[in-house]
Structure formats: C-alpha cells, structure tokens
Design a protein around this ligand. Structure first.
Ligand code: ZN
Length: 474
C-alpha cells in the first residue's frame, strides 16, 4: 500500500514521512469500544439534542462484541518515547488518510463537482471529464473497465487536474472530499478515498456527536477524533487491505461530506492540526457516550496507558438517560450463562458488592472506577466468577458500571448485602441497574457536553486525558 502511495503522490510521500513515528508505535489496544462511544438511537432523549435523536440507526453501528473482546485481550506496550517531537512547534504537511470505502466491488459510478481526470496508477492519463460527466468502473476477466473500455493497469486514480484543488466526488450517491483510487484485487476492486486528515475529521465527528452540541464539546471531540485517527493509522490495522482506516466502528465511522455539519466543521477548523500526544506520540484517544459519573482507567481493560485514568465526571449527569435498568428472568440468565460456558446447575445465589459511588466501600469484585470486575454465581453444580464485560455482552448492558437487584419494577429490592438469594420460583427476575454507556475510557461525550457550559475544550480534554500535550502538528 505504502509503495503505491509513494510512487503516485508527492503528498503521500510527505504524509508517510510525517506518520513514520506513529507507524512504529508499539501494538496498542483496539478501539473496540468505539461503538460504545456512540449514543444509540433512542438512548439520547434530551430535548436539546433533536438531531441526535433522529439520526438513523445505521449511522450508529452497534457495538461489535468481537472487537471489544479483542480490546480486553490486547495489551499494548507503553508508547515509545520520542526525543525530538515533544515540545517542538515545527509544523508538518497535513496527513492524507487512505479510507477504504468498499471492498469486493464489481461496479462503481462516479461524478465530481468540477473537472477531473482519470489516470493509471503509474500516472499515465486515461481521460478527462467535466462536472457533467458520469463514469462507470466495472470488472471483466480480472481487468478494470473504464466506461466499458479495458484498462491495463491494476489501479486507477480519480483526481483534480490540479494537485491542490479540492474536489468533491460523488461515489454511488455519497459525497467525499479528496481523490479516489480503484484497486483491482482478483475479480473485484477496492474503493479507497484519499482525504486530508481534517476533511476526514469533519466527516467523522458528526457521526459521533449530534449537530447542535456546544462548540467546546465539539472542539474536544474534534481533537480526540483527529488523535484517534492518527493512532489508528499507526496501528496499521488495514495494511493488508491497502488502506489506513475503514468506515465502521472498527476504526471510526466516516460518512464523508454527507456527515458534515456546520458546527462540526467549525470545531475542526478552530482546532486545526491539534493532536494530543504523550511522550511525543499521538495517544489512544478513546471516547464513549456516557461515563455514568466516573470514567474508567485503562488498567481495567487489561491495558496500561498512563493517560487514561479513572476520574469523577459529575457533568455526565447531563445525559438524561445516564441511569438504566435491564431486567432478566432468572431462567434466561441461567440458560444464557450455560450457553456461554458457565453451567452452575440450579442457581442459588448471586454475589456482587453493592454499587455505592458516594464514598461507599469498594468491593474486591469492582475496579477503582466502581465498574464490575466479576460477579459470582453460586449454583448446585458449581460456583463461577463471570467477568463484568462478559455479562455486558451477554445481556446487552450499556456499561459494566452496574449493580444487580432482586426482582423488577416496583417490587425490586436494592442490593444491600452483596448477596442476592434465588428461589427459582416461576417468573423470578433480577434487574441490572447501571449508569453510563460504553467502556468509560477517555472522553465522555455527555460529560464533555455538560462541561462545555463552563469550560474550554482544552480543560475538557485535560479531565479525560491525564498529562497529555496538545500539539499543533499542521
Ligand atoms: Zn477498521
């Protein structure tokens, strides 16, 4: 991927050089909970965020259980130190991201808002077009076809005639800034959007926060999303696919021009080039929808990043749906645990220390952020300790910051002793009572929203990312 990039674009060459420090970064945690950072449809019901409420469900891809499982399993080494980057103010060219929009395609239609050219990957010009033209790229006999005419190259490039002109391409009815590459792979092709970093961030942050959110919260999100993007590039998650990032929660949800909003673009512009670094490297700028009142520490997910600490987050109460309850019949609970490999026989008791974030005793089954480490299920066959994250995925809990209460509705009994006895009578139910949405690491979007009433974006970032620098890289 990089070789082609270097051949074709001087801009890419500069970018590759720029990113080199990031690319040699040690392995890092996957951004599994990216999905979690996105408020789900129906969860955000605050009247002040109408946009967030009405966003289509598909714009908020559901959290992928598999990817978050990976998070817990992946232990990153501490970021490498870089002697020469920290503290310098030398600006570099704006990086260009290679965004994989689609793989395994056999047909694609493009238009542009101005004149554009189509070239072979090697640079040879194939055709010129105007804003009135529509081109179709297809595949036949393992060869690319441009408007039905075979192209010998395995890669073709769509771009402005002038290197520095900003074009907006329409690809299969969605609009994207930058240039395009079509790369043949066997009997199909991959569609890659080459986009400047800040144009990319503009097409990302509105997918994460609704339009109409306060400016300082959007600015904080812009810096986090920009940093996150650079960190992801450094992880080389998609190096075998031929691009840097995909458009799903696996990397960051990117919708191009159609995802941009005026407020989001203003936030990107106001923070242009600003990236959070630790020891001179872009940080793993994790974020999530709602902390439930206290953020998680990176140690809770099996990683050890010094800048992700557990912090009180009182402004997160801005989230009208900060607290949640999910009731599960005991029979279903036992059945699902058995299916997940925890066969306790007949359930006799559940043990979890009561959740008391207001100075109560912190049980050993909870992390310092009060999130659940594990819950004990005592049965007739055996006793098992089930990790909080496992329960979260099995029962679609919004976070691992929860308690378990006996019963449901008005007859629900609070967990006072840490022991919930089960009688196994018909219709018996327990209720997970929790707070927050997502993994709790890094920036809480609802917390940032609350903080924005009193604080500037740098102060917001300082709460969620400890001892990091904000550097203006371009
Ligand atoms: Zn990805």
């Amino acid at each position: 991927m990089k070789r082609n990039c270097l051949k074709a674009f001087a801009v890419c060459l500069m970018m590759a050089l720029w990113l080199l420090p990031a690319m040699v970064m040690a392995a890092a945690p996957s951004k599994s909970d990216k999905a979690a950072k996105m408020p789900d449809k129906g969860v955000i019901t605050g009247t002040s965020t109408p946009k967030a409420e009405t966003k289509p469900a598909e714009a908020k891809a559901p959290e992928t259980k598999e990817s978050e499982k990976k998070t817990a399993d992946t232990k990153p080494a501490a970021p490498k130190t870089s002697e020469n980057k920290q503290g310098t103010s030398s600006k570099k060219p704006e990086p260009v991201l290679r965004v994989g929009l689609a793989e395994g395609q056999t047909s694609a239609v493009f238009t542009a808002n101005n004149d554009f050219v189509v070239r072979e990957g090697g640079g040879k010009g194939l055709a010129k077009y105007t804003h009135k033209d529509k081109i179709t790229i297809t595949v036949k006999n393992r060869q690319l076809l441009l408007n039905g005419k075979a192209v010998s190259a395995k890669k073709i490039v769509l771009k402005a005639p002038n290197e520095y002109e900003n074009l907006v391409f329409s690809y299969n009815d969605s609009k994207y800034r930058g240039t395009f590459e079509i790369v043949l792979k066997g009997g199909s092709f991959t569609v890659i959007n080459l986009v400047k970093l800040d144009d990319y961030v503009g097409g990302v942050i509105n997918e994460e926060m609704g339009e109409g959110w306060p400016a300082e919260a959007l600015k904080a999100q812009a810096v986090a999303a920009r940093t996150f993007a650079l960190y992801t590039v450094g992880e080389e998650k998609h190096s075998e696919d031929g691009y840097d990032v995909c458009t799903t929660t696996h990397c960051q949800v990117y919708g191009g021009v159609s995802s941009e909003s005026r407020d989001a673009l203003a936030a990107v512009s106001a923070t242009r080039g600003e990236v959070m670094t630790y020891n001179g490297e872009p940080i793993y700028a994790a974020f999530h929808a709602s902390s439930g009142g206290r953020t998680a520490a990176s140690g809770e997910t099996g990683t050890d990043l010094p800048y992700l600490k557990s912090r009180p987050d009182p402004e997160d109460s801005e989230n009208p749906n900060q607290e949640w309850k999910i009731s599960v019949p005991v029979k279903k609970l036992v059945d699902e645990l058995r299916a997940a490999g925890y066969n306790v026989g007949t359930l006799k008791r559940i043990e979890i220390s009561p959740l008391d974030m207001k100075g109560g005793k912190l049980g050993k089954d909870r992390f310092s952020s009060y999130r659940v480490k594990s819950v004990k299920f005592v049965g007739t066959l055996k006793t098992v300790d089930v990790p909080g994250t496992k329960l979260r995925w099995e029962f679609d809990l919004h976070s691992t910051l929860f308690d378990i209460c006996y019963g449901s509705g008005k007859t629900m009994k609070p967990n006072k002793t840490g022991k919930i006895d089960i009688t196994n009578r018909a219709g018996e139910t327990v209720t997970f009572v929790g707070a927050g949405w997502g993994h709790g690491l890094g920036l809480s979007q609802w917390g940032a929203r609350g903080m924005a009433e009193k604080y500037k974006y740098r102060e917001i970032l300082a709460r969620y990312y400890t001892d990091v620098k904000i550097e203006k890289l371009f």
